[in-house]
Design a protein around this ligand. Sequence first.
Ligand SMILES: Cc1ncc(C[n+]2csc(CCOP(=O)(O)OP(=O)(O)O)c2C)c(N)n1
Length: 287
Amino acid sequence: MKTQKTVNIVSGKNIQKKYLRDEMMPHIFCNGCGLGNVLDYTLWAIEKEGLDMEKTVFLSGIGCSSRIPGYIHADAFHTTHGRALAFATGVKMANPDLNVIVFTGDGDCMGIGGNHFIHAVRRNLDITVIAVNNYIYGMTGGQVAPTTPEGHFATTSPYGNIEPPFNMSDMAKAAGATYVARWPVFKPHQPINSIREGLQNRGFSFIEMLSPCTTAYGRRNKFRKIEDLWAHYEENTILAEDYDQIEKFGTPEEREALKDKIKIGVFHRETRKSLEQRYQELLEELK
Ligand SMILES: Cc1ncc(C[n+]2csc(CCOP(=O)(O)OP(=O)(O)O)c2C)c(N)n1
């Protein structure tokens, strides 16, 4: 059961007062980083859904993105690298009434945490995972990640990455997530709506946020100015429906122009019993 209280939306700046821990400021995020936006959008989604913060717990692994729960005035587990989903499984199974929200990075989720990820998804645990994809290991200074695009530069790929990257949302869908969406951070409404849908979904919800890392990724990849990196996301993302239309009906030039484009949107919605629902049913049956 999702626990909700009466929705009484607070106005603009008050959202920060209501949900953020003053004592944690100033935050650690660099200028031009998208993590503040991810945090803001999550708070708006929580506010609009009227989630009871006494019944909400945040978990994260290790990385810049995994620092997000530390700023929120709520219970949280800052766990070990890649293991947030293992801890989240324990929290949700032990106390199915809690709203469980996980923040993870592309390295945390798809690198060291890859195995935990596919199994948590397969089980359709009722949690909302906000995976921040910045194409790099940000916190440790810019090593290549499992999501770094081919040819892009990192401290450990100084001549360009020669490995094909994982597509996080495709992985989530293939492993069995019941809600999957990807959005860049430069606009608020679609990510907020997706986080809301994720919170409503009784199952594994995966929201991939494409977020610029100016310090570790941008300056190594010819985006020396913050605005250039943000513009890159705006220019190179395309709604999945539009992509598919062009692929089917576009001219050869239009199809060629799709080559480096990143699909965004809601990729998957499905209704399937969650792990703790099935577990409760089994307990009833065995009684
Ligand atoms: C077991 C273990 N291995 C390695 C590290 C070092 N480490 C800390 S953060 C990090 C990368 C995090 O990258 P990502 O999940 O993409 O998060 P970002 O900082 O980019 O948000 C690594 C390798 C660690 N803390 N623990």
